[in-house]
Write a protein that binds this ligand. Structure first.
Ligand code: OAD
Length: 257
């Protein structure tokens, strides 16, 4: 376990999770999958340090060069396809099965929460494992690990150009997903904020509003973030390690239920 995390913070977090069992919600970002080998967006090795989002992740980029955008997405798919869920993904899924965690609201498109066994996963930014037709709007599930072979995949219903069913810059977050997330946040008492820089709107509004409403925020992140000052407890370290330890501490006492 990282020596930087004071053990009393870990036990306070575990105590909160137990006390509020069934009313605990996770809000996750790219950092939860970092230990699985999937690059995050910001920070030293972040994707947006190496690539220009306006050339790869905007509707205009896709219109002007769909092949380049698909190539980049297929490269990311190939990394994700080889990745395994981390301890953080697995513990969240286990806690949901045990009725401790309500579910996960994620900004990630990688599908690792579902692969770990989480059932209630709200994907605010879509899924890299789904395509959408730019002409008829139909959506197609690819299934985890299935990368389209074509340079420019086409809709099997109308022949239109398919795009990754993810949210790009300048695009709105799907309203139905955001409203479902808001409902879950309103029912939750403790929010675990895991591996997100908290700078992308409107997603970051969810924890910000939760803090305004007096909910308890626990942050899991090796770095200080935009949301850190809102958190009651800040667990500084890699999510996988922290969740492994939290699971042990929460489990010790699951017999109390
Ligand atoms: P970011 O890349 O902005 O932030 C990742 C966060 O994870 C940072 O705060 C890191 O400190 C933290 N981190 C790194 N390694 C970690 C580890 N092992 N355990 C825990 N935390 C770790 O990613 P997001 O906040 O998810 O949007 O970014 C939000 C959105 O911006 C993404 O969904 C994507 C991006 O542009 C779209 O594509 C629409």
């Amino acid at each position: 376990m990282s020596e930087v995390v004071p053990p009393e913070d870990l036990s306070s977090a575990a105590r909160l999770i137990k006390e509020h069992s069934g009313k605990v919600l996770a809000f996750t970002g790219a950092g939860v999958s970092a230990e699985a080998g999937i690059p995050t967006f910001r920070g030293k090795d972040g994707l947006w340090n190496r690539y220009r989002p306006e050339e790869l992740a905007t509707p205009r980029a896709f219109e002007s060069n769909p092949k380049r955008v698909w190539e980049w997405y297929k490269w990311r798919m190939s990394i994700i396809a080889r990745a395994e869920p981390t301890w953080a993904h697995k513990v969240m899924a286990d806690w949901e099965r045990k009725g401790v965690l309500m579910g996960v609201v994620t900004q990630n498109v990688d599908g690792l929460h579902q692969r770990a066994g989480s059932r209630l996963v709200i994907e605010l930014h879509g899924s890299i494992w789904r395509t959408r037709c730019t002409v008829c709007g139909r959506r197609f599930d690819l299934g985890f690990g299935n990368i389209p072979e074509e340079d420019l995949p086409r809709c099997r219903e109308c022949g239109g150009l398919l795009r990754p069913d993810v949210v790009w810059f300048e695009e709105p977050v799907p309203m139905d997903q955001f409203e479902r997330a808001e409902r879950l946040f309103s029912e939750a008492e403790v929010i675990l904020i895991v591996g997100t820089s908290g700078v992308v709107m409107p997603a970051a509004l969810l924890p910000i509003n939760a803090a305004r409403q007096g909910k308890i925020l626990v942050e899991v992140n090796p770095e200080e973030t935009n949301l850190s000052s809102l958190a009651t407890i800040r667990l500084r370290g890699p999510a996988g390690e922290i969740f492994r330890e939290l699971a042990r501490l929460v489990e010790e006492d699951l017999s109390w239920r």
